[in-house]
Design a protein around this ligand. Sequence first.
Ligand code: XIL
Length: 673
Amino acid sequence: MIIRTLASSYGRVGAQGLFRESLLALCLISLAACGSSESVVPAVEDQPTMPAEGSNVGQIDEPTEGANTADSIETPTSDITTSRVLSPLPNPPLTAAPADDSEPIRALGPLSTVSEFFLVRNPTRILEDTYGTLTDADFDAGPLPAVISTPAHVDPTTNSAPYFDNLTDVEVFAGEELHVRFRPLDADGGIPGLFPAAIPAGARYDDNFDGTRSLIWRPLQPHIGIREFTITATDPVEPFYRTERTIRIKVKPPADPSDIINLPPVVNQIREHTLRVNDPVVVYIKVDDPNGTIPSLEILNQPAGATLVPHYAFPRISILRFVPRVTGAVSLNLLARDADDPTLTSSRVVTFEVLDEADFIRPGARLRELAAARDLLIGYASLLGFYERPDGAVYADIAAEEFNFVSTENSLKWDLLNPLPGQYQWAQADNLVQHAKARRQAVHGHTLIWHRQLPGWIKRSAFADRETHMREFIDRILTRYGKDVPVWDVVNEALEEDGTFRHSIWFEAMGANFIDTAFRQARLSAPEATLLYNDYDISFAGPKADGMVALMQSLKDAGTPVDGVGFQMHLDADFDRFAEVAETFQQVANLDLDIYISELDVSIRAGQNEAQQARVYEQVLSLCLNQPRCKAYQIWGFTDMYSWRREYNPLIFDRRYQPKPAYRALQRRLAEN
Ligand code: XIL
């Protein structure tokens, strides 16, 4: 394994506000990227799904995180030490263990669309993750220095880095419009490229067509405080030769608050769902106001027998519950009314389609029956809080009928489970595990150690503490779920596309040994569990697959307790490198490791079709059936209604829960010899 040399991958040790802004941006593009906020408001559907461009879409590089600057950064090592014995975990622990007061409580009231078990919810709303909030003292300390990333092959004495003309921190009153012009320059001539890290909600980033760009933003009441805006200039000749500047924007309350324009409230976007007649339906309806007040919600045509109650924790959310008794369309006319000016309103119409029970019946045998006969686990990733979606009942039924294995798509991610030190939110994962038990599905625990969907306090933790944080987290999760969850992704995505180690917060603190340590801790905490290394783009030939095989070999040599490899396999419908996948599977099998297809989905991109998609699903299934070490064939969801790549309809049921050609192909292939 080679250590990446590109200095920019370490980058500057990020300013704190940058992280918050970017996290916000991540929240905006991905429903579940912000586990903690979604965990408590799971069913509100205002966030568009993740955009997808390449096979590793969604692996959006987070900005360089706020590693603790006080730490001395040692060169991480890519060697895995052999035969290590873990020291005992500290007593008392480094962060408080989960306490009784984080135990979920029975969810009463109009929450559930499932009837197999009693739902639980978290007892309290966990406080906002305020790690990284900037203060006046930060602002007064003056502008942050530029951060220059110089690729190894660039000589800064002959090519000077781009820079910004006249960039300063700025102050603005809430309600006023802010204009900041960015002029990138280069002493060697040419006009540097420019790109911003994240743009505040409601702001514009305009091209002035003279080599400059402007940030134009009218902050409102909720923006009062200090935030950062980061922009990067790229060298006209060497695009990876970059200068990053972060400015701070201080938004102050105006002397007269009525100076701030009062904007109309909005009804949060609600998706149009297909429902099954006679199922209980819950709809979470959120109203928002750009000025930060809480609008009221009116439903102008509430369905017969419907109830509308406030959410137990979120004043902006109301829960509508009803049972559609006839098939056809159900439309809701929703109106949000401003808290300060009742004449200021906005409305939205949402229409649900109600189908008959018979419309959801699939001909032929169920996938799980066919798979069980072949001793194969067939799985799906379970939507976070599926039981709080309008179509939760039909979702749960089809999933339980078709699959004997279920992955925790987002419900075990660290930011959701443990957003603040010592504070745990178990309800989503508890519900998923209970539901799986009731429906006789085995659970695939995803994922213990990853570089994404982490809480701020972990990203900012001191290097010296990270190993203990990691081990305590693994131990606490496995202590709770280890007996109910037989398979775990212990380490996720530790490799870069080129097969070298990703410079994650774990690698930067511990070097490659973090992988070994994580597996050893997992084995200690859940001795019976199957422990996997999981990654994307490792199934077909190339440097990343080679890197994965080399990593598995080195783990084996070191005596690391790894039992198998999870192949994510987020593919496109024109994928045809099946022979290479068979070869990689065999290499892994030769290392005496199991193979889990862990996150399969097949996007239909421009020019591709459902028949091609079906073929890819079927071919991958054949590869698994032909490889004795392949234990599971798991899809990253099952209905196109809910997919992280929803716009590419990558799953085996359509958005109306109708089986697609891919479903029938799997049925057929599973029944064959
Ligand atoms: C994705 C989820 O599907 C999304 O809902 C979430 O917003 C981001 O994470 N590799 C992984 C999974 O290991 O955890 C990712 O899941 C998809 C890529």
